[in-house]
Design a protein around this ligand. Sequence first.
Ligand code: SAH
Length: 233
Amino acid sequence: MKCNAATLILREDYRHTDTMDFQRLRNLMVDTQIISRGVKDPRVIAAMRKVPRHLFMDESAWYKAYDDMALPLGEGQTISQPYMVAVMTELLDLGGDERVLEIGTGSGYQAAVLAELSREVYTIERVQSLSDRAGKVIAELGYVNIHMKVGDGTLGWPEAAPFDRILITAAAPAAPEPVVDQLSEAGILVAPVGDRFSQQLVKLLKQRGKLLEEYQTPCVFVPLVGEYGWKTD
Ligand code: SAH
């Protein structure tokens, strides 16, 4: 098993960890995995230092919560690698006043990072048990600007649309049409687009109703399953 510096530090005093240890691990994660790889937005960096990623996981996984990898959440789903969360968030170019739609709540971690950086976050999850668990953590941490719903995110959230930013955290052959329709003019949509096994993270900018592609990098996400995504897991 891969064992990086963060894992080692935590294992030393695993049974006696307090919040200081986790803050230390978070800073190490940000310095070695995020800043060193080129993420620059100071607000994104501050949010990644702040949000307690481990609390979005089962306690048995806390010791590896700050490792450089995606981790299983149960139900066959994953919490994204910290670097990927930072890159996606930076691509959204958040100034603080946006209304953001996230598709694929999963653990709720990415929603919390978005909530630190924008006005309102709307997040949709298809699996009820994941949404329930994420909702508990989000409430315990006191986020009042995160709105959650269980359902098929490929249909978007029409009652709350339009959104200044949209982040899709599961992979589809293309950004779902109803979701694209719910993006504001001059809005930004970030999504992993490709086949079931490998994708490109794309940043799309809406201009005069059309989508301009601005950025691409390879990535791997679990499938977006729904009416305008894949039909099965
Ligand atoms: N953003 C999450 C990680 C997401 S993993 C985090 O920070 O932890 C992708 C998630 O998308 C999974 O939880 C999966 O159940 C969910 N998902 C897949 N298809 C979906 C759909 N059509 N609508 C909403 N959620 C979906």
